[in-house]
Design a protein around this ligand. Structure first.
Ligand SMILES: Nc1nc2c(ncn2[C@@H]2O[C@H](COP(=O)(O)OP(=O)(O)OP(=O)(O)O)[C@@H](O)[C@H]2O)c(=O)[nH]1
Ligand SMILES: [Mg+2]
Ligand SMILES: [Zn+2]
Length: 286
């Protein structure tokens, strides 16, 4: 009988993937629909000097994060508990970018951490931005100086997280520091030695905690979601909408609309409202 063992998919390529099992990294083929984070059974190939194997089973996923396209969705990672959105002044993270990720996190039932990195760079605007998200969990660190890094380390214990955000926000630098191994990072404004991350990789911190470093993105697509999915991604607007007296209200210009009332009394932040309306108007199906 062939030897079967269980492991975690830590990297995925076009026709193969890398599985970590019993502290070994094993190149595997088989089962096309695996994704980083999947727990799998692999059948070891006995006749090669380098460990290799074939995936025979994917265990049920606790969670999945997908990129949503017009015709099909592409899984990005599975079995994660938290989406950790990088927020930096350089490159500048926009509220629109954060709001899109918050909508995605809500769609896929993931908890969120806003990780403000590069606090060593002075920028007053960042506190104004973070204030808009005061109801979310926020940790401020500098991966460069190490400031507050212990708080992040403590927070990660027992969680499976994916770092997402703009290219150059520090995802790989932070991952390197967490795992104590130098990953290639992206030197900003320097054409030589640019090491922007090109695939997602999972790193185990300990038996119960792991992080996925993902490639940086400029923008994310949410225009193929439904109106309801956008609305539930804005919990404060969703709450007000439930009290709105109109059926099918667009929450734009109806007299005494509860969403507009909440906006006027600052229960809803105006930038959040603007982005909500923008996302709804951009939907492909309305
Ligand atoms: N000043 C400052 N620079 C930082 C900090 N953290 C990371 N950097 C720098 O930011 C640049 C980009 O860092 P990376 O870790 O490669 O960024 P990334 O998010 O992985 O980028 P992509 O892989 O392209 O998505 C590097 O030059 C880092 O040295 C920080 O806390 N402060
Ligand atoms: Mg990177
Ligand atoms: Zn309304």
């Amino acid at each position: 009988m062939k030897k079967v063992q269980t492991g975690t998919v830590i990297e995925f390529y076009t026709n193969s993937c890398l599985v970590e099992s019993n502290n070994q990294r094993i190149a595997c083929t088989g089962l096309k629909n695996v994704v980083v984070g999947d727990v799998v059974d692999i059948e070891l190939t006995q006749d090669t000097s380098k460990p290799s194997g074939k995936i025979t089973k994917i265990y049920p996923r606790n969670s999945i994060l997908k990129k949503i396209g017009p015709y099909k969705s592409k899984p990005l990672a599975s079995n994660i508990t938290h989406l950790c959105i990088l927020v930096t002044s350089k490159p500048k993270t926009t509220k629109e970018f954060i709001d899109k990720y918050l909508v995605l996190a809500s769609k896929f039932n993931l908890s969120v951490l806003l990780l403000n990195n590069k606090t060593d760079i002075e920028d007053n605007a960042i506190e104004e931005l973070l204030n808009t998200y005061k109801d979310y969990e926020i940790i401020r660190i500098s991966a460069k100086s190490g400031s507050n890094f212990q708080e992040l380390k403590k927070w990660i214990l027992g969680k499976s997280i994916i770092f997402v955000g703009n290219s150059g926000s520090g995802k790989s630098t932070i991952t390197s520091k967490l795992i104590g191994k130098d990953l290639k990072t992206n030197k900003l404004s320097n054409n030589q030695g640019v090491h922007t991350t090109s695939i997602s990789s999972l790193y185990k911190i300990d038996d119960v905690s792991s992080v996925i470093d993902s490639p940086g993105v400029r923008d994310i697509e949410i225009s193929y979601l439904s109106k309801e999915e956008i609305l539930t991604g804005f919990p404060e607007i969703f709450e007000a909408s439930k009290k709105c007296k109109y059926n099918n209200c667009n929450h734009l210009n109806n007299d005494d609309c509860e969403v507009i009332n909440s906006l006027k009394s600052n229960i809803i932040d105006s930038s959040r409202y603007q982005n909500y309306i923008k996302f709804i108007k951009n939907l492909e199906n309305v």
